[in-house]
Design a protein around this ligand. Structure first.
Ligand code: GLU
Length: 310
């Protein structure tokens, strides 16, 4: 089946994307994903789409999506087509959920967290592994249901274009995972796959914090009968406090119009490229042009690193 799907993979133009969550201002960590995905799509003449992942309303910071888009434009990033918003796509996610249901691939689950914890065989890396209680019909004590994908005892293998061969046994390491949450929100794993399929994405470039989500997403592609994209997981930037540089962990590494060139230069260097010193204060578009002409996947480091901002 995998081979059949691979052979159907279209060999034409690369379609990449950048999919930030609008939970704060643009940050060095997010800039790495923007820059890596942009250069990898554009240096081969591909398309690069933008998608705002505003799936989880309580986490959205009002105005942050617009601010991010304006800043990306000021830094010289040019995206193709209209910006997509996950908040406009709930009907589509529902439709795909129903499609999976009609094939018996999902089930309603009324287990509370406590019930799952009480009977989970052993804790997984991302919380308890679902023990399968509701696979044959909802048997938990909660009145509302979540919807879970039935996961087989199957090892998903793929070759990350930066990190090399990866594998994960979904049944043993993850278990049946949630696609539609009990609070009515759709899960990231479902939305990201449906959005990438609908946009014809062939190349996913993002931070290595999402590496362990990839096998779940590849399995969803298989359930939907669609070839999965190529994956490139970029190293993560850590601050000197040892925490991942992200909008959640403070102001270090915030990107602004004023420090944009500087940040782009550092981002190119962080991604294993060698931008010349004399470009340190060049305009952002000069730096992006340099990146487009000189970008090498082979030199992207595989290890997360600390970065220091003066
Ligand atoms: N929205 C996710 C984030 O900002 C990225 C999702 C993805 O690239 O698949 O971390």
């Amino acid at each position: 089946m995998d081979n059949l799907l691979k052979s159907l993979k279209p060999t034409n133009r690369v379609v990449g994307r950048f999919a930030p969550s609008p939970t704060g201002p643009l940050h060095f960590g997010t800039l790495l994903a923007a820059l890596g995905s942009y250069l990898l799509a554009k240096c081969s003449g591909g398309h690069w789409f933008l998608r705002i992942e505003d799936l989880d309303p309580p986490r959205v910071i009002p105005g942050s999506a617009d601010a991010m888009l304006i800043l990306l434009g000021q830094l010289g990033f040019e995206w193709d087509g209209e910006v997509a918003y996950q908040s406009n796509r709930y009907e589509r996610y529902q439709q795909i959920l129903e499609q999976l249901r009609s094939h018996g691939q999902v089930f309603d689950c009324s287990c509370t967290r406590r019930e799952i914890l009480a009977s989970a065989p052993h804790p997984g890396e991302e919380g308890p592994i679902y023990p399968g209680t509701c696979r044959g019909g909802a048997r938990g004590s909660r009145p509302e249901c979540a919807v879970r994908l039935r996961v087989p005892d199957k090892t998903i293998q793929y070759c990350d274009r930066i990190l090399g061969e990866q594998q994960q046994n979904l049944g043993k390491e993850i278990g049946d995972f949630v696609l539609h949450r009990v609070d009515g929100l759709f899960a990231y794993q479902l939305a990201v796959v449906v959005d990438d399929i609908d946009a014809g994405i062939t190349q996913v470039v993002r931070g290595a914090d999402l590496l362990s989500s990839t096998p779940r997403q590849i399995y969803l592609y298989q359930c939907l009968g669609v070839v999965s994209p190529d994956y490139f997981h970029l190293p993560l930037a850590f601050g000197y406090n040892g925490k991942k540089l992200s909008k959640r962990n403070g102001d270090i590494g915030l990107v602004t119009v004023e420090n944009g060139s500087n940040m782009l230069w550092r981002a190119l260097e962080f991604l294993g490229q060698s931008p010349p010193e004399e470009l340190f204060n060049a305009t952002p578009s000069k730096l992006l042009c340099w990146g487009l002409e000189n970008f090498q996947v082979a030199t992207i480091p595989t290890k997360n690193r600390q970065v220091k901002f003066k």
